[in-house]
Ligand binder design. Structure first.
Ligand SMILES: Nc1ncnc2c1ncn2[C@@H]1O[C@H](COP(=O)(O)OP(=O)(O)O)[C@@H](O)[C@H]1O
Ligand SMILES: [Mg+2]
Length: 378
């Protein structure tokens, strides 16, 4: 994996810090091991929107599920991935941030929820913990944004509101939550991309069809520009950041078309310190790719092509996490008002989900096994 010429020193002297919370067994303590990647962590912080303060040690692992297009399976994946992680013994919160089309709760068989994100973010009636609703899965709570004040919630996710959301999310670490999953809305709105940029691991979900793949690339491109922007702002290098973004988006007439990675490498040669500092955000987060509703090997292979494009063209640390086959049990479980993972645990799609979860955890530096500790190295 190339990181646009950014030095990849990974030495650290951080001490291991074990956190454990309610509902955790002896063997499911989450450990920040000594080999924690300082460099990667710094790069991650640097890519956060400015209003998001540096997180504390007890921060949870934040996973965002996005992908540009609606109806590609973000919520199905978010719900079942969150459930899978909870069934492994982790304490998980899943937030429905698709303000205009919230239906994460539907995947858990709920038609309504007692409290909504708006009660916290818009009306200040309670805090984030106060809008978390238990689900049929032990250790998994969800926060829904399903209500008629959707625009207000969406509006609240910019500027200071994003900072508030961030404080709430990182604060969940102090309540024992180890993973926070963000189920994002469709499209590349500023709110959605900023939320995606906040995650340690962002999953781009796509269907194996041209429109969806195209939107996924647009999503990655927008996230890349936004990350570089955030990084430049954090470093007080706004002008340099604007120049980099402008260079990336300009093709000289007659010159060969270059990937963003190549262009960043070119810039890096002439100005390694500035460009290296700004572009290092790319090594601070993982771009996971999921292909949903596959029906053939050719469909499955699309994920590999997307992984290569994300790495080679955009410069992300990309990983094809896996695929979910098209399966009728998806809608059957919705009709049964039961979570897919619990309703059809033996189905092929649930097996694929488990495989993808393991790949994701591996990339996040978490190993799960009998009697082993889970180490987060993000
Ligand atoms: N692998 C699959 N097989 C069959 N149907 C699926 C699959 N994944 C998702 N669906 C269906 O597609 C629809 C859209 O999924 P959803 O997760 O709500 O999309 P998004 O959150 O991206 O808008 C839902 O009706 C869901 O049940
Ligand atoms: Mg959705």
């Amino acid at each position: 994996m190339q990181h646009v010429g950014v030095p990849t020193s990974s030495t650290s002297n951080a001490e291991p810090a074990v956190i454990s919370g309610p509902g955790l067994s002896q063997t499911s303590a989450v450990e920040f091991p000594t080999q924690i990647l300082n460099q990667r962590h710094r790069s991650w912080v640097q890519g956060l929107p400015r209003q998001c303060d540096a997180p504390t040690q007890s921060r949870p692992l934040i996973i965002a599920v996005g992908g540009g297009k609606g109806g590609v399976g973000k919520s199905l994946l978010s719900a079942n991935l969150a459930a899978r992680l909870a069934r492994m013994g982790l304490k998980v919160a899943a937030l429905d941030l698709d303000c205009g089309g919230a239906n994460l709760h539907t995947y858990f068989g709920m038609s309504t929820v007692p409290a909504h994100l708006g009660d916290w973010l818009v009306h200040s009636k309670t805090d984030l913990a106060g809008v978390l609703t238990p689900t049929t899965v032990d250790g998994l709570h969800i926060a829904s944004s399903q209500r008629d004040d959707v625009w207000a919630v969406a509006d609240s996710l910019t500027g200071k509101g994003l900072g508030d959301l961030w404080s709430g999310v990182t604060g969940l670490g102090d309540l024992g939550y180890q993973v926070v999953l963000l189920d994002l809305g469709a499209g590349t709105s500023r709110q959605t991309i900023d939320l995606f940029c906040c995650a340690h691991a962002g999953i781009v979900t796509a269907l194996p069809e041209p429109t969806s793949v195209e939107n996924a690339y647009l999503f990655m491109r927008t996230a890349l520009m936004r990350l570089l922007n955030h990084s430049a702002h954090r470093l007080g290098m706004e002008n340099e950041g604007a120049a980099i973004v402008s260079f990336l988006n300009t093709d000289q007439e007659g010159a060969p078309t270059r990937s963003y990675t190549e262009k960043l490498r070119l810039l890096y040669q002439s100005n390694p310190v500035t460009v290296g500092a700004i572009a290092s955000v790319l090594s601070g987060r993982l771009m996971g790719i999921m292909v949903n509703q596959t029906r053939s090997q050719a469909d499955i292979d699309i994920g590999k092509a997307m992984e290569m494009a994300a790495q080679r063209y955009f410069g992300f640390s990309a990983a094809y996490l896996g695929y979910l086959n098209y399966d009728e049990v998806a809608w059957k479980s919705l009709r049964n008002k039961r979570l897919l993972l619990l309703d059809f645990p033996q189905s092929v799609i649930v097996r694929r989900l488990s495989e993808a979860t393991n790949v994701l955890l591996k990339h996040c530096g978490i190993t799960v096994g009998h009697g082993t500790k889970m180490g987060l190295t993000y």
